[in-house]
Design a protein around this ligand. Structure first.
Ligand SMILES: *Cc1c(COP(=O)(O)O)cnc(C)c1O
Length: 459
């Protein structure tokens, strides 16, 4: 039966990968050995892996067939030509530069577009994006609307930029001190929240006369387009393809992680319209990634990406994708579990402060909650709170984000609704004995991106 609220999978399964559940006793020991960091668990010790949607996608039969068509020539492979023309057609930008993944594109863009001391205003930060901006002398400045920091507020476009914040910054420092505006669609750290087309247009209208460029973090641009279609007036009858293209007409370029909305396992690219920026980025790609015709990707990966991008534009695909995520969120909400609302495009974010009111933020509630979810049901999630936020470069103090969350991220085309039930039941069971969750303290804190390899013990 066709259910528009939770549509069944618009695909059938042709290859399977076996997974197994271990015992609670085993998991208690495994998480202790992993330093209470879910990143450090072995994948084979995880039953349902909701750590990330990055590179965890299931490719289609057509993509796998495309892998056999890899033209592994060192220069100008035909797969590159195909990828380049696909990106141009779907995104509408002039120039495309391939990279090994999204952060490779962020590195290139930050190097060519930021002068030391310049500000990079953005709608909330993303870890690797901000790292590259700061490593190149940029100063990240948050201009997301205030409502994005309110975990419970259920509004349509929580990822929008607050133009007053942008205006105030420009008035204070001057337009020449702005490297560019970094506009993420959707906003990962706000909970996968979308940005409206009206907001993109307004940002562009404000920036263009001042000569300020707008670069999008396009990582989840197809999910963003789905929300526009669903929620923004005038878009219900437009195709996802049209909306994606219209989004990018509001920008001067974008960075893209192929590991998300391209439905592949690796890859990325940078797009720009400006020829001078393109020439400089092309000089750098040779040093950091590879020839401008592969940028660290194999020919076969570029072929799979070109096919994946086309598949991502299919209406049934993206409707099922976003609604499957929503299903998990709805089940948790019905059981009273505190989550970030509304449910975003790629993940359900648990509100760890409300889940663990007995823990101070300094006791790392989200880190502790992620570890406890694993022990409860073999489900792997990720901390997105004070641990991920890192320390202030100048003061050395912890950034203390308002949103202290645990992210349950759904890989594309990998799990069924029944798997979502298992994940929901695990979290709901844990919620019923949440007062047993103990706080954590650091035992090893890496200097950069500390959440990946940091280790903890129970207080
Ligand atoms: C994953 C991600 C990136 C970085 O892309 P990688 O391919 O992992 O290097 C950048 N921005 C956002 C919003 C992301 O989710």
């Amino acid at each position: 039966m066709f259910d528009a609220r939770y549509p069944a999978e618009p695909y059938r399964i042709k290859a399977v990968e076996t997974i197994r559940m271990n015992t609670r006793e085993e998991r208690l020991e495994l998480i202790r050995k992993a330093g209470y960091n879910t990143f450090l668990l072995n994948s084979e010790d995880v039953y349902i892996d909701l750590l990330t949607d990055s590179g965890t996608n299931a490719m289609s039969d057509k993509q796998w067939a495309g892998m056999m068509l890899g033209d592994e020539a060192y220069a100008s492979s035909k797969n590159w030509k195909r990828l380049e023309s696909t990106v141009r057609e779907l995104f509408g930008f002039q120039y495309v530069i391939p990279t090994h993944q999204g952060r490779g594109a962020e590195n290139l863009l930050s190097r060519v577009a930021i002068k030391p001391g310049q500000y990079v205003p953005g709608n909330m930060y993303f870890t690797t994006t901000r790292y590259h901006q700061e490593a190149n002398g940029g100063v990240f400045y948050d201009i997301i609307r205030d409502e994005a920091h309110d975990a419970r507020l259920d509004i349509a476009f929580k990822g929008d930029i607050d133009l007053n914040k942008l205006r105030a910054l420009v008035d204070r420092v001057g337009a020449e001190q702005i490297a560019y505006v970094c506009l993420a669609i959707t906003v990962n750290l706000a909970g996968g929240q979308p940005v409206s087309m009206a907001n993109m247009r307004a940002v562009q209208a404000y920036c263009k006369p001042l000569g300020i460029k707008v670069f999008m973090d396009a990582t989840r641009c197809v999910e963003n387009a789905f929300f526009i279609k669903e929620r923004e007036q005038g878009y219900a009858d437009k195709s996802i393809r049209e909306i994606v293209r219209e989004q990018f007409s509001c920008a001067d370029g974008c960075t893209m992680s192929g590991k998300k909305d391209c439905i592949t396992n690796i890859g990325g690219f940078l797009c720009v319209n400006d020829e001078e920026l393109f020439v400089r980025a092309r000089e750098l790609v040779v040093v950091f990634e590879g020839m401008p015709s592969y940028g660290g990707m194999a020919g076969r990966d570029m072929e799979a990406m070109a096919i994946g991008l086309q598949e991502a534009m299919q209406e049934e695909y993206i409707a099922h994708r976003v609604k499957q995520v929503r299903y998990l969120g709805d089940r948790l909400m019905e059981a009273g579990v505190p989550i970030v609302r509304p449910v975003g495009g790629h993940a359900v974010f648990l509100d760890a402060r409300a889940f663990c009111p007995h823990l101070e933020q300094s006791q790392l509630p989200a880190q502790a909650l992620a570890a406890a979810i694993y022990v409860e049901g073999g489900v792997r999630s990720m901390e997105r709170g004070i641990v991920s936020a890192g320390r202030d470069k100048d003061t050395g103090l912890d950034h203390a984000p308002k949103l202290e969350t645990v992210r349950l991220t759904i890989p594309r085309r990998v799990y069924t609704y029944r798997h979502m039930d298992v994940a929901a039941d695990t979290v709901i069971r844990l919620y019923q004995h949440r007062q047993d969750i103990r706080g954590l303290k650091w035992v090893y804190e890496p200097k950069q991106l500390r959440f990946f390899t940091g280790r903890f013990e129970q207080i």
